[in-house]
Design a protein around this ligand. Structure first.
Ligand code: ZN
Length: 73
C-alpha cells in the first residue's frame, strides 16, 4: 500500500468551495445534476431555521423523495 504525504497539497489559497456549486447531486439517486440546467429542487428549513436546498434529477425523483420523507413523519 502506498501512502503519500499530503503536506505539499496544503491549500495556500483557501477560499470557499465554489467548485461544489458547479454541479449538484440528486438527493434521491445521487446522479450528478448540472447546476446550469433546470432541475427540480426542494427547499427545506431545518429545526434551526437553516435553509437547505435539495436537487433532483427529475420530477420523478423529487416526488419519490418527498413521499419517503413524508412517510418518516
Ligand atoms: Zn434522481
Amino acid at each position: 500500500m502506498q501512502r503519500s504525504c499530503d503536506s505539499s497539497r496544503t491549500t495556500s489559497d483557501e477560499r470557499p468551495s465554489d467548485a461544489d456549486a458547479m454541479s449538484d447531486e440528486c438527493a434521491r439517486c445521487g446522479v450528478v445534476v448540472p447546476s446550469g440546467e433546470w432541475h427540480p429542487v426542494k427547499t427545506v428549513r431545518d429545526d434551526e431555521g437553516r435553509v437547505e436546498i435539495y436537487d433532483f434529477c427529475g420530477e420523478a425523483c423529487r416526488s419519490a423523495w418527498l413521499a419517503e420523507r413524508n412517510a418518516d413523519d
